[in-house]
Design a protein. Structure first.
Length: 319
């Protein structure tokens, strides 16, 4: 196959490109480097079967040649990023999804949308099944991301129903691993960077809010299987093991050997209190479930970030 991956220089997009190439497929990567980084795909440049286009999918997009799949992964995905880029976040969820769907339709390609567990908002149902419609504040600060993804899902289903397109929707839960951007505002990367730099680990609220952390290797395998053999209904792909944020901080401190203290700050507006996927659909339809335990995944992620210590990428973000 030959597939297009938008957001290919991002954390998940770059790993997904690796996965397709590993099986002998050709990949066209597209990214405008708003939150993606050239380092994530440096190992792919010049490799047979990989092409790269620097482009913003939210604008008119043309890709020469046949495509068998269009996988739309372009979007700021952390609170720091989508609060810094609220309009581009909304645009890539709306205009970007529309352009990517139009391209897939023109090529007769399967369309794959990277959605998010954030469509469930601050959930009133736990764990979250795909049938749950969510509890989202559309005008809150997080709404630019949550509603962009909810709109993207609606548009994907409209193309599926009206045009008969072959589509997939994955709802991605908290994922971590190598190639995360330092200081991107996500809890795993934040904690690891802070621990390695001897800074206090920043916990928002009292740390009792829960998250479910899936190592990137597991997440990508679930995504790949969904693209290859799933159906058009949204599918949760994540790790059902649930941890408090405080527990994660303790694991990071142990693994890094850091003497960092934990510093508590006020909980951000609309921050979800719980997050845990029901992965029954993924288990039964795809034969998939995560295999990497949290501590093992954190060890591998710490190794990646240790190699970045002292580089510009580890410096604190400008205020």
């Amino acid at each position: 196959m030959r597939v297009l991956i938008t957001g290919a220089a991002g954390f998940l997009g770059s790993h997904l490109a690796d996965r397709f190439l590993r099986d002998g497929h050709a990949v066209v990567g597209l990214d405008n480097f708003v939150t993606g980084h050239a380092d994530n795909i440096a190992h792919l440049i010049g490799r047979k079967g990989f092409e790269f286009i620097r482009h913003n999918i939210s604008t008119y997009t043309f890709v020469a040649g046949p495509l068998d799949g269009v996988l739309h992964f372009a979007s700021p995905a952390s609170p720091v990023d989508y609060l810094e880029h609220p309009i581009p976040t909304l645009k890539v969820g709306a205009l970007g999804t529309h352009n990517a769907l139009g391209l897939a339709k023109a090529k007769g390609a399967r369309f794959f949308l990277a959605s998010t567990s954030e469509v469930y908002g601050d959930p009133l149902v736990h764990p979250q099944t795909e049938r749950y419609w969510g509890n989202v504040n559309p005008i809150g600060p997080r709404g630019v991301y949550d509603e962009a993804k909810r709109f993207a899902e609606a548009m994907t289903m409209a193309y599926h129903r009206y045009h008969g397109m072959d589509t997939r929707i994955v709802r991605i839960f908290n994922t971590y691993g190598p190639r995360m951007r330092p200081r991107d505002g996500r809890v795993v990367s934040n904690f690891i960077v802070q621990a390695l730099c001897g800074e206090p680990l920043t916990v928002y609220g009292d740390g009792s809010q829960t998250r479910s952390f899936c190592f990137v290797e597991d997440e990508i395998e679930g995504i790949f299987r969904l693209f290859m053999g799933g159906d058009s209904e949204p599918t949760n792909v994540g790790n059902p093991d649930e941890y408090t944020v405080r527990q994660l901080a303790e694991v990071v401190i142990e693994v890094t050997g850091s003497r960092s203290a934990i510093e508590y700050r006020p909980l951000p507006e609309d921050d979800p209190k719980v997050r845990r996927p029901d992965i029954t659909r993924a288990r039964t339809m795809l034969g998939w479930e995560p295999r990497v335990p949290l501590r093992d995944g954190v060890v591998r992620t710490v190794e990646y970030f240790r190699a970045l210590v002292g580089t510009d990428r580890m410096r604190p973000r400008a205020a």
